[in-house]
Design a protein around this ligand. Structure first.
Ligand code: SF4
Length: 344
């Protein structure tokens, strides 16, 4: 699909552009240590670079090596993962660190087969680790890179079809360099993130414009229409007594093992709602209705002093809800008694 000559031209231009314009400041690109690359790859699954940067830095302070991560408790790991969502990733990363510590003396293997046998590592992550940590010239097909390959080659097939996938793989193979896997993959990703953007391709500033055959880049890649977003609501109970908040440990399917506000055991009248907030999860957009309840506290709930809330693992929507409720409660304390929100 891409002739050798064209492929060489693209690689040369791309690497030149990357030297000056790459995102060299990303914290996981400072040393490209295998552990840092591994953590960044786990965090980057379904989370944006901007969200990750401060959390990645904090993570490295808490768990600077595979060994420290393997030795940490699950509670501590989940707590450090807060704000990144999809907590199953944190659990898998933790499980992986224990295996690497025990089986490979803390050194991540640089071999595709061994990487694929580890928890949480699929073909994409394995290739990304081989490229970034071990500088191997492998094909890494993330969303940004797929978009560039499709546009460069004007692939007008849907890439979730057999033919589309095969054209994409052919394009990736013919562009793969024989060395500098790390710089080449980073360059493609950065070009996709900053120039060949999904909704705003900057073709005039693109170093590959003379090599690109895209006829109408904005329409590429062709995609399956998105699934419709489903709206739903849930009622959560807030029990607050003597400066303690009562939470339950989630048993899943979302946020298993994390502390959350319990569901209200009986339907509440929405006119008595204390507060509400919206949050997205998978294809749902959920309205969380919050009710301060006065009745007896279910025995399955666990009390936490306000200071303790900072150090336990609470998923973002529930932490937002707690902040909102506690703020309301504290402001009501300063106003006359008739505005008091709950019985303490
Ligand atoms: S020329 Fe435009 S469509 Fe082609 S790779 Fe560059 S930014 Fe993307």
């Amino acid at each position: 699909m891409i002739s050798e000559n064209r492929s060489n031209q693209i690689q040369k231009k791309l690497l030149l552009w990357f030297q000056k314009n790459g995102r060299h400041h990303l914290p996981w690109r400072k040393s490209f240590s295998a552990y840092e690359v591994l953590v960044s790859e786990f965090m980057l699954q379904q989370t944006t670079v901007k969200t990750i940067i401060p959390r990645f830095q904090k993570w490295m302070e808490l768990f600077p090596s595979i060994e420290t991560l393997a030795d940490a408790s699950e509670e501590r790991v989940l707590s450090a993962w807060q704000g990144l969502g999809y907590y199953a990733r944190a659990r898998r990363l933790h499980a992986l660190s224990k295996i690497v510590q025990e089986k490979y003396a803390g050194v991540l293997p640089n071999n595709l087969e061994k990487l694929l046998a580890l928890p949480g590592i699929g073909p994409y992550s394995a290739n990304a680790i081989l490229a970034f940590a071990f500088d191997q010239p492998v094909e890494v097909l993330d969303t940004n890179i797929i978009r560039i390959l499709v546009r460069l080659n004007n692939i007008r097939e849907r890439i979730d079809t057999k033919r589309g996938r095969s054209l994409l793989q052919e394009a990736a193979r013919s562009l793969r360099p024989v060395e500098k896997g790390r710089s080449f993959t980073s360059a493609l990703m950065d070009l996709g993130a900053t120039i060949c953007k999904a909704l705003d391709p900057q073709c005039k500033s693109c170093p590959l414009s003379s090599e690109c055959t895209a006829e109408d880049p904005l329409t590429l890649p062709y995609q399956e229409p998105r699934l419709a977003v489903i709206k739903k609501s849930e009622q959560r109970a807030f029990y607050y007594r003597k400066n303690k908040v009562y939470l339950e440990r989630s048993e899943g399917p979302h946020w298993r093992g994390l502390w959350i506000l319990p569901r209200s055991s009986t339907p509440q009248d929405s006119s008595t709602m204390t507060a509400s907030l919206l949050y997205p999860i998978t294809r749902y957009r959920v309205t969380m209705e919050l009710y301060s309840l006065r009745g007896p506290i279910p025995p399955s709930l666990h009390p936490f002093a306000e200071e303790e809330l900072k150090s336990i693992a609470i998923p973002s929507p529930h932490r937002r809800a707690l902040n909102l409720l506690l703020k309301k409660d504290h402001s009501s304390e300063k106003t006359p008694k008739k505005n008091s929100l709950w019985n303490k």
